[in-house]
Structures are given as structure tokens and as C-alpha cells.
Design a binder for this molecule. Structure first.
Ligand code: SF4
Ligand code: SF4
Length: 369
């Protein structure tokens, strides 16, 4: 059966601005019907790394919060701590970064809670009995919510090719230990022919497992590497290839199984927004934002995380490539994600998510003006 995915484009007018369009989407998708007055509703967002400028802006999040609050008093905004170095490694830095990027109680209308606590260890173990994950370590303030709105920024990603609802659920609702388990099969290596020995990756590696050899080429100690992928993103010369022939499949499948764990105690109590705007090549965990790959496309709403991601890819592939973006040299591109990262089969996460019952890849797109 096809899952319904509601879509509104980014056109606005004096009669209807984009905040009005979000309200319309919320009503048309009948999201208010899933909430009870007594619910504790987690609004799961990504408030962006410090230096990133393309996360979903506050007014859009505020609009969603205000809609949910019409029915439920106990609404909070949440995200988890990161695995990698940066400005969101613990709750203190994380809340500070959220405020720097504009996300506060005053601006969003909801308290900001770091779901896995001060040090990223507040977990509840959830049984999934998947092919890869038997018990998932879900952030406690997400587990203890009774309903959830998952608001995802659709964009490119260095490990998954794209980041949407499934990845946001799976990786974004896990504690640091859970994130590490998902990443544990990812083992990058240095292409010595390309490496310039400028040590940028060494400075960014969170576990300090990269050293400079006598020949001034970087070297990764594979035994210590936690597979966070940060070195791949920060290397300005692309000397750390995306070697995902073997490592991408378990990463994607584990993430889908974690996504299932994140909503397991809230079946039929979770809804999804995907924002197809500022679609950058890399994710909002990067402390920079490259120019967008396409013009802003629109906003999607669905009760199915698999269908909303599949629909997002469909719309992204139909959109024109933006001039002055990293993809501007490409013409007649059928599959932008594949063109951007040819070694990653991004369909693995969608196929596995569907197989384990997270949702359906088949969707019916319902356009709302
Ligand atoms: S950032 Fe890239 S070029 Fe610089 S040392 Fe690391 S691998 Fe080599
Ligand atoms: S070597 Fe790269 S992937 Fe491994 S831990 Fe360091 S930054 Fe992360």
C-alpha cells in the first residue's frame, strides 16, 4: 500500500507565507489527531553545528511547536550529543550551540532538552532483534516521550549519501555509544598519492588516531578509529576516499534498525516533516555550509519515515541543479545523489527500513497549495 506524503512548494505570496503553508500541511496531514492532551511530545530537530548556516530556521520550528501546543501542553525540542569533535559533544556545549544558532525557549516556545544527558550516556535499551542490532541504546528523553514530531532537513551526507527522516531518527535518537556501534564498520584510509600532509584531519579526529608518518603522509590507526567519518569531510583535498563497498551496508542497516528502536514504544504516535531547502552536499553536523545543490523545493509531511525520504529523493532528482553549486558542471543528471557520491548505494537504508517494517517505499504525493 502507498503511504501518503503531503507536499507544499516554497512559493509564497502576500496571502499565504511559508508559515501559513506549514500550518496547512499540519492540518491536511491530520497530525493533530495523533496527539492526546496528556502526551509528552518531543520535537526532534537538528539545530546545526556552530558555523553551519543551513539548518532549518527557527520560525519554521516555532510554527510546528505552536501547532502541537494547541493540543498538548508538554512539548519540548530535543537533539542528542555528537560522536565527533565539534561544539555539540556534551549538553553544555550543545545547549550553547543551540542558543548561538537561535534555538532557545524564548525563540521556539518550547524548552530545549539534550536527550542523552550531560555526557551522552543517558540511555534506555530497546530490544529490536534486527539483523545487526539486538538492543539499541536510545536517548532517554526521546524514549520517555509519548509522541514525537521528527523535523528533518533533507541534504547530502558523506556516509549515507543523503540525510532524511530515517537517518535523523536512527542516528539522531541514539546515545554516543549507540552512534559508535552504528559507525563501527566504517574504516576510512588515506590515499597517500593525494595527501598533502597538512594535518587538518589530525586536528579534527575525535579519538586522535591519525598521525603524520615520516613521509609527511597521514595514517589512520584502524584499531582505534571509531568510524565517525569526520576526517573524510574535513580533508580539503579529498585524500580520504569514501570506500563504502563493504562498510556502507552495515552502517545503513544498523541505522534503519536504530530508527525502528527509536519509535518502537510510540507506534502511530510519530509524524515527520522533511524540509527540502538549502540542500547542501554535506550534513548540518559540518561547521560550514556549501552552496545549495538545487533551488529550495518544498516541505513534506507524512506519518511514514520511509515514504517521506523516498518522496524527498524523487523531488530532489526532479529539481534543476543550482548554478554556482558543486554540481553545476553536471548536465542531464538523473540521479543527483549517485552523481555526487557514486560509491554509495543510498537505497540500502530505504530497502532495509522497508524490510524491517519501518514504513513503505511506495508513496502517494499529495500537493497542497
Ligand atoms: S586533511 Fe587530507 S591532505 Fe591533510 S593530512 Fe589529512 S588526509 Fe592528508
Ligand atoms: S580516523 Fe576519521 S573516521 Fe576514524 S575516528 Fe578519526 S576522524 Fe573518525
Amino acid at each position: 500500500m502507498k503511504s501518503k506524503v503531503f507536499f507544499t512548494n516554497f512559493r509564497a505570496s502576500p496571502k499565504k507565507n511559508l508559515l501559513d503553508k506549514i500550518r496547512t500541511l499540519y492540518l491536511k496531514a491530520e497530525f493533530e489527531k495523533i496527539f492526546d492532551e496528556s502526551d509528552r511530545v518531543a520535537i526532534k530537530i537538528h539545530w546545526g553545528e556552530k558555523g553551519n548556516t543551513t539548518f532549518i530556521p527557527v520560525p519554521y520550528i516555532r510554527t510546528i511547536v505552536d501547532e502541537v501546543k494547541k493540543k498538548c501542553a508538554n512539548v519540548y525540542i530535543t537533539d542528542t550529543n555528537t560522536l565527533y569533535s565539534g561544539e555539540r559533544k556534551n549538553a553544555i556545549e550543545n545547549i550553547r550551540t543551540a542558543a548561538y544558532n537561535g534555538f532557545t525557549l524564548e525563540s521556539t516556545g518550547a524548552p530545549i532538552i539534550v536527550a542523552d544527558g550531560l555526557t551522552g550516556t543517558d540511555a534506555v535499551e530497546v530490544e529490536v532483534n534486527g539483523d545487526y542490532i539486538k538492543k539499541a541504546k536510545i536517548a532517554s528523553a526521546i524514549y520517555h516521550s509519548t509522541a514525537m514530531v521528527v523535523v528533518s532537513h533533507f541534504k547530502g551526507h558523506m556516509l549515507f549519501s543523503f540525510g532524511g527522516a530515517i537517518k535523523h531518527l536512527g542516528m539522531g535518537c541514539a546515545t554516543s555509544a549507540g552512534k559508535q556501534i552504528m559507525h563501527s564498520d566504517v574504516k576510512p584510509y588515506i590515499d597517500e598519492d593525494i595527501c598533502k600532509g597538512d594535518s587538518i584531519c589530525i586536528r579534527h579526529c575525535p579519538v586522535k588516531c591519525i598521525t603524520l608518518k615520516d613521509n609527511k603522509k597521514a595514517h589512520i590507526n584502524q584499531d582505534l578509529c571509531i568510524g565517525c567519518g569526520e576526517c573524510i569531510v574535513v580533508c580539503p583535498h579529498r585524500a580520504i576516499p569514501e570506500n563504502w563497498k563493504t562498510s556502507s551496508e552495515p552502517l545503513q542497516c544498523k541505522t534503519a534498525e536504530y530508527a525502528l528502536a527509536a519509535i518502537k514504544n510510540k507506534i502511530n504516535k510519530v509524524v515527520y516533516f522533511n524540509f527540502l531547502m538549502n540542500i547542501t552536499p554535506d550534513c548540518d553536523c559540518c561547521d560550514w555550509s556549501d552552496n545549495r545543490l538545487t533551488p529550495d523545493i518544498g516541505i513534506l509531511a507524512s506519518k511514514d519515515p520511509v515514504a517521506i525520504d523516498e518522496a524527498s529523493i524523487h523531488l530532489f532528482n526532479k529539481a534543476p541543479i543550482s548554478p554556482l553549486s558543486i554540481m553545476e558542471k553536471f548536465v542531464d543528471v538523473q540521479d543527483k545523489l549517485k552523481t555526487l557520491r557514486p560509491k554509495i548505494d543510498y537505497s540500502i537504508i530505504l530497502r532495509h527500513a522497508e524490510k524491517i517494517g519501518l514504513g513503505s517505499r511506495r508513496f502517494e504525493l499529495i500537493e497542497i497549495n
